[in-house]
Design a protein around this ligand. Structure first.
Ligand code: CAO
Length: 434
């Protein structure tokens, strides 16, 4: 006899809202009795929900990020009556569902509710890993998964377990931690002590604000770059008095509502022209660190400040585009970025990045390379300054530029020569025609 089983959130004590952290099944999956179907979590505890029947998953009603409570429907499973746990069956009436055969049924029989066996215990969570939707579903018992979470290990990252049918065991988790520790010591030279948690309550009132996903991912990426790349920042100034006069004249010719040209468009052009003369700036280091991958295309990433954090849309084939085309494209992409509508493809394939804070202010800063690129150009606010021309001081508009580069790829002298060319290109924009 075939029956349709409803898997629901069991009584987990006095908790009103429980977060769904991970969903390990999808329609069509065959689940075994006691197999974990989802991981739930409160702010203090985590719990694996085992299936109370073996059979084929018909429908899944939750996704990571959802909030559930006791009795919420998790999934329905089509099972033969013998595959339902004796404990669960004893508590419920079973309705035959012989007519149901396909995994996702059009005419689903009235389901019966079987409570999920409560997880053996609720356990404190110390470190949580970002659920990786692309990862394979790991087979591990709830206690092993709990052990892994306590160590801050995402079990999906363990390629194969040494248990039966590749099941992940405690020893596999321990070996994974050992391997990661050894690799990171080799990679960064030493285990870095973490910053201790501090209880701020004795000092005054506080409020917890969740970081946006963009901020969390950017933070991980920046930390990785900071630990892996020996970076140097070189500061330079370009005289943009003439460029600015030309830019203002161009903007004055524009009709009302037309996209205005900012200095950034000339900076993009000046940078790409220098990259054409210095191929090592348009390159990435190979994974084994033994060769340079030289790029024959010129795509520039522009760091854009958005309410959700920093994103870097990429302007493609910049060498073949006019200043007006670049202004239009950056206006479109930065608008899309601020509305959170950039697609992953809009942010891929960059050769070098520009981080311009000039619209806000600043005199200098040290941007972090957007690896696997090898350099990034920082820009702060242009300022009128007295400049000695050999006879007298004259007022000139000076633009501060900061080049951070990966010192494994670029030598100090090469960095200085590169910036001398960027500076020349900006000080005399006729050079952009050469
Ligand atoms: N010196 C003086 N004025 C400058 C300037 C500079 N270096 N750069 C820009 N300005 C002026 C512009 O000319 C414009 O003036 P008007 O309003 O009079 O036309 C104004 O500042 C605003 O410019 P903008 O920022 O809108 O335009 P942009 O083309 O210079 O920059 C963009 C576009 C998308 C890069 C910018 O809006 C932005 O998001 N910047 C922040 C990037 C960031 O956060 N970087 C940090 C990364 S590291 O954490």
């Amino acid at each position: 006899m075939t029956v349709l089983i409803e898997i629901k959130v069991p009584d987990v004590g006095n908790v009103a809202e429980i977060d769904v952290v991970e969903v390990l099944i999808q329609p069509g999956d065959v689940v075994a009795l006691e197999q974990t179907v989802a991981t739930l979590e409160t702010d203090k505890a985590s719990m694996d929900l085992p299936s109370s029947a073996s059979g084929t998953v018909q429908q899944v009603y939750i996704k990571p990020g959802d909030k559930v409570s006791e009795g919420s429907l998790i999934a329905t499973v089509l099972a033969s009556s013998e595959q339902v746990s004796a404990e669960a069956a004893a508590q419920q009436t079973i309705i035959p569902a012989e007519t149901v055969s396909a995994p996702v049924v059009e005419k689903t029989p009235e389901p019966i509710s079987l409570p999920v066996k409560p997880a053996p215990e609720l356990a404190a969570v110390e470190t949580l890993q970002e659920p990786d939707s692309t990862a394979r579903k790991p087979h591990a018992s709830p206690s092993v998964r709990l052990f892994a979470r306590e160590l801050g290990v995402d079990v999906a990252k363990i390629k194969s377990g040494s248990g039966r049918k590749g099941r992940i065991l405690k020893d596999d988790v321990k070996n994974f931690v050992k391997k990661v520790m050894t690799e990171s010591i080799v990679a960064v030279g030493a285990g870095i002590p973490s910053i201790p948690a501090v209880d701020f309550s004795p000092f005054g009132e506080t409020e917890i604000q969740k970081l946006s996903k963009i901020k969390r991912l950017t933070g991980q990426n920046l930390s990785r770059v900071w630990l892996n790349l020996p970076m140097v920042t070189y500061h330079e100034e370009a005289d943009i008095t003439d460029m600015e006069a030309f830019r203002n004249a161009l903007n004055a010719e524009k009709a009302k509502g037309e996209i205005k040209i900012t200095g950034l468009m000339f900076i993009i052009k000046a940078l790409v022209t220098a990259m054409q003369q210095f191929p090592s700036f348009n390159a990435s280091l190979s994974a084994d660190g033994e060769s340079l991958i030289l790029k024959k295309y010129f795509n520039i990433g522009i760091a854009v400040d958005t309410p959700n954090g920093l994103v870097v849309p990429v302007l493609r084939n910049v060498n073949n585009k006019s200043i007006n085309e670049l202004a239009l494209e950056l206006a479109e992409k930065s608008e899309k970025a601020r509305l959170g509508k950039l697609l992953p493809a809009d942010m891929q394939g960059g050769c070098m990045t520009i981080s311009s804070l000039g619209g806000i202010g600043g005199t200098a800063f040290t941007p972090i390379v957007n690896a696997p690129e090898v350099a990034i150009l920082g820009v702060t606010r242009a300022k009128m300054q007295p400049v000695w021309n050999g006879k007298e001081f004259v007022p000139r508009l000076m633009l501060p530029l900061d080049l951070t580069y990966d010192h494994r790829v670029i030598d100090g002298a090469e960095g200085a020569r590169f910036m001398a060319v960027v500076k020349q290109n900006l000080s005399d924009i006729r050079r952009l025609l050469l």
